[in-house]
Design a protein around this ligand. Structure first.
Ligand SMILES: [Zn+2]
Length: 479
């Protein structure tokens, strides 16, 4: 993020607020997700008083370098309209929360469901760092849920990720959502207390129950099973629905739930993502809330492009596709635009082929120039066919904030061999066998464009997409 922050990149900060059932926490957060200052107080029961306390805490932490205030909301949030739709222990719906906060503080406000905020933090600096497809449950008084797809919170139509309301038994206890048998009614902290009471166990905490079960107490083993088995069913359903790389368990009971689940193997052997405890504990909510401001700030700013560059037959398309699949960014490919013209026009000479190439190149940059701020595109092209000054002019005109170049490196002999082997599939208009010696010489002397950060990718081997992604997040987000 450092690169997008204008004249004083190191000083920028955000205020993150997490409204919990017991405490409202607030913190000053750096772009890297560090806590610079922290405040906390008991949560009032009246929603209006909650709003007042949030304003007071944010004011106390506010400073000229604060870009905005992110708030994690207990309840369902429509992120696009910044509306709170419902709440649990505290219901902030119908308060005009965001507008009142913004006018009181005079800075932009971003709201998200509290578990989504926690997941943003865990993905940046915690237990889900390095993962891009993650489901998270926060197990506390209730069970919160959040989903990340391709590195970003997935909202679906409006409020995707309400994982606490996955139904595990149609005749189970009633749930605040209006149905019966949601996993929250069996596997939350509240439900655990009920299981303990019903079993007549002298235990007061989950640790006591875990210890008693470890010593062979049958009633304790039974309580653990009543608590964790429905959670296991919900996790299997999550795995079957979205196949995340990992499922993270956070909230006050996340670690204990992960421990209790260790004795209950997955019921569906097809879907077994690792179940991991979250790492940031109570701080996840405020860190994520602060980070959401930096994300919003970047999206409101410039666009980003990944130039997948290399000579013909250097494996660009394969790399671009693999990257697009992992990151979710669209590809604009020079051949993708040019080839339909060649198909319709029929055989053309090399000069005309080049003209079509130039027009396709221009079309790519026109699309990007029209795209909204915050977009990221992958461009698959042999950029060296046009001068660097032309590329710089396009980058400028399209208002690109970050340029990253993946330089597809292959020895001339490999490019020549690959090109020759694909001659039969080439459309008329592409140069034929006579081009091979020229391509070999070109590949041996070709250089990247160097209009931004460059990563050289050895295209004689299977590309390491994870390494590419982590390099890109370093270039784009300063991580
Ligand atoms: Zn429910």
């Amino acid at each position: 993020m450092v690169l997008t922050m204008g004249s004083a990149p190191m000083a920028d900060a955000a205020v993150g607020v997490d409204i919990g059932g017991t405490n409202i926490r607030a913190a000053l957060i750096s772009a890297k997700g560090e806590i610079l200052a922290k405040l906390s107080e008991r949560t009032p029961t009246d929603p209006l008083l909650v709003l007042e306390r949030v304003i007071a805490l944010a004011r106390e932490l506010d400073a000229p370098e604060v870009l905005g205030i992110g708030v994690g909301i207990p309840g369902r949030v429509d992120v696009a309209s910044r509306e709170i739709l419902s709440g649990g222990i505290i219901n902030l719906a119908g308060l005009d929360f965001v507008k009142r906060l913004e006018s009181a503080l005079g800075k932009p406000v971003v709201i998200e469901n509290d578990c989504s905020m926690a997941l943003i933090a865990e993905m940046k600096t915690g237990g889900a760092k390095g993962y891009r497809n993650v489901a998270m449950l926060t197990i506390g008084t209730g069970i919160g849920g959040a989903v990340a797809h391709a590195g970003r919170i997935y909202h679906g139509h409006r409020t995707a990720g309400q994982l606490g309301h996955i139904c595990v038994s149609s005749d189970g206890p009633p749930c605040p959502c209006g149905r019966r048998g949601c996993v929250e009614t069996f596997s939350s902290g509240t439900a655990l207390r009920r299981h303990i009471a019903e079993a007549g166990l002298p235990a007061t905490t989950i640790r006591d129950v875990l210890d008693m079960a470890a010593e062979g107490n049958e009633a304790a083993v039974c309580v653990l099973r009543q608590w964790a088995m429905p959670l296991r069913i919900a996790l299997d359903n999550i795995a079957a629905t979205m196949d995340p790389e990992i499922i993270l368990l956070g909230g006050g009971l996340g670690c204990d739930a992960a421990r209790a689940l260790a004795d209950l193997p997955a019921a569906a052997p097809w879907f077994c993502p690792p179940i991991l405890p979250a790492k940031l504990a109570d701080d996840a909510g405020v860190i994520g809330a602060g980070l959401s401001i930096f994300d919003a700030h970047v999206s409101s700013q410039g666009k980003r492009v990944v130039l997948v560059n290399g000579v013909p037959a250097s494996g660009k398309s394969r790399l671009a596709k693999a990257l697009s699949q992992r990151a979710g960014w669209p590809i604009l490919s020079l051949d993708g635009i040019k080839n339909p013209f060649l198909q319709h026009i029929g055989p053309v000479d090399r000069d005309f082929n080049r003209t079509l190439g130039k027009a396709s190149y221009q079309a790519i940059w026109s699309f990007i120039a029209e795209a909204p701020a915050g977009s990221t595109f992958i461009i698959d092209a042999w950029f060296g066919f046009q001068p660097k000054a032309q590329l710089e002019a396009y980058i400028d005109a399209a208002k690109i904030e970050h340029v990253a170049e993946l330089w597809c490196k292959v020895p001339g002999s490999v490019a020549g061999e690959r090109y020759a082997s694909r001659l039969e599939d080439r459309l008329p208009g592409h140069p034929g066998a006579e081009y091979v010696p020229e391509l070999i010489a070109l590949a041996d002397r070709a250089e990247p464009m160097g209009c931004g950060a460059v990563m050289t990718v050895d295209q004689t081997q299977e590309p390491d997409i994870e390494a590419v992604l982590s390099w890109l997040s370093h270039v784009f987000d300063g991580e």
